[in-house]
Design a protein around this ligand. Structure first.
Ligand SMILES: *Cc1c(COP(=O)(O)O)cnc(C)c1O
Length: 376
């Protein structure tokens, strides 16, 4: 059986989790602090704050930027539903715009047309690890005074060329960047999330809100030789990451270059060998981590039938990225902008297996099976 994805977890992660457990400090302690420092260094951001998952990261990012009931946030429907839900958690309305078919990313030309007096932020998604056209997004945001949040759930280790040099997604271009450490992403802590920003006040705010709005951290109290009391100036949340998770994450960071190197080799092999489909487009200024490799079947092709044929041969695939506006959770949601490309992408795309442990022979098996299914 060839799975769609497979996390790389070994004895190093098991030992790291054990170390954290045996230390006696098991939540939001020294391992989390070290993981945040190492994450900040990896992406090139001054601040990184760990949280429980990317959904809570998105929620905090929008709250800290001041998104509130009655506001509109321009984003894509064509994303995992957590993107749109995070806007809803703030009492604001997601305003869906369409994607560019070649990259599956938000179409910057459609963003400006969606700006209204109620718009406060743009929430872009580096979908399946492919960086968005941030230059075009930032230009619109500046012109209209809007904040920009980057949903980089899938984009750990992806790179973008920015004013000349290459940099990692997460070295802030927008205001705040949010990552996911779920096992379906590139590296994992079981569940987990990370926020990066250049703004120290926002970083302090994340830390306050992730821990019940508590003014003094556990670590500060633990280290204090004076009696101190905490206060609760705001209504916060419990969005903590635990120390065993962070310890695992630190081992995962060491593996990241190797994981991305192999994913890029596999993507290049699909691009070179697989016929009869449209391959994803990587702009000259982008380097994807290939969290997912999504191809488009020819128009009129039976998506489910092809997926079933592959499954019958022991090969797992997934339908392309969902459209949130088609789910019952968004029934009746106003859709003022066309979403034809988002729907077409969902209806004609399939995601093929890519994971670092995949051998060339296994991948050739997938390619051959797809050729047979497509009769090409
Ligand atoms: C996976 C994903 C999320 C949610 O991440 P969790 O860590 O599972 O909360 C959000 N946005 C996108 C684009 C995702 O792919």
């Amino acid at each position: 059986m060839i799975p769609i994805a497979k996390p790389v977890l070994g004895a190093e992660e098991a030992a790291a989790a054990s170390r954290a457990v045996l230390s006696g400090w098991v939540t939001q302690g020294p391992e989390v602090e070290a993981f945040e420092r190492e994450w900040a260094a990896m992406v090139g951001a001054p601040h990184a704050c760990a949280v429980s998952n990317c959904t809570t990261a998105l929620h905090l990012a929008l709250l800290v930027l001041g998104v509130k009931p009655g506001d509109e946030v321009i984003t894509v429907s064509h994303s995992f539903i957590a993107t749109a839900n995070a806007v809803r958690y703030c009492g604001a309305e997601p305003v869906f715009v369409d994607i560019e078919p070649a990259t599956f990313n938000i179409d910057p030309r459609r963003v400006e047309a969606a700006v209204t007096p109620r718009t406060t932020a743009i929430l872009v998604v580096h979908q399946m690890g492919m960086p968005c056209d941030m230059a075009a997004i930032i230009a619109v945001a500046k012109k209209h005074g809007l904040k920009v949040v980057e949903d980089a759930a899938c984009a750990i280790g992806s790179e973008i060329q920015w004013n000349g040099p290459w940099q990692k997604i997460g070295a802030p271009i927008g205001d705040i960047v949010c990552f996911s450490l779920h096992p379906r992403k590139v590296i994992t802590t079981g569940d987990g999330g990370m926020l990066t920003t250049t703004n120290p006040d926002w970083d302090a705010r994340f830390r306050l809100l992730r821990q019940h709005g508590m003014s003094v951290s556990d670590k500060t109290r633990h280290a204090s030789n004076k009696v101190i009391f905490e206060s609760y100036p705001v209504v916060g949340f419990n969005f903590r990451m635990t120390d065993p998770q962070a310890a695992i994450g630190r081992e995962q960071l060491k593996r990241l270059p190797g994981i991305i190197g192999r994913r890029r080799e596999l993507a290049a092999r699909y691009a070179a060998k697989l016929r009869g489909v449209t391959h994803p487009h990587q702009p000259a200024w982008a380097r994807s981590n290939w969290q997912s490799y999504c191809v488009r079947l020819p128009d009129g092709c039976d998506q489910v039938g092809i997926m079933q044929k592959l499954l019958d041969e022991g090969i797992a695939t997934r339908r392309a990225i969902m459209c949130s506006h088609r789910e019952a959770a968004y029934a009746g949601h106003p859709l003022p902008h066309p979403l034809a490309e988002s729907e077409r992408a969902q209806d004609t795309g399939i995601i093929l297996p890519v994971y670092p442990q995949m051998t060339d022979a296994e991948q050739d098996g997938v390619i051959d099976a797809l050729h047979r299914a497509l009769a090409v």
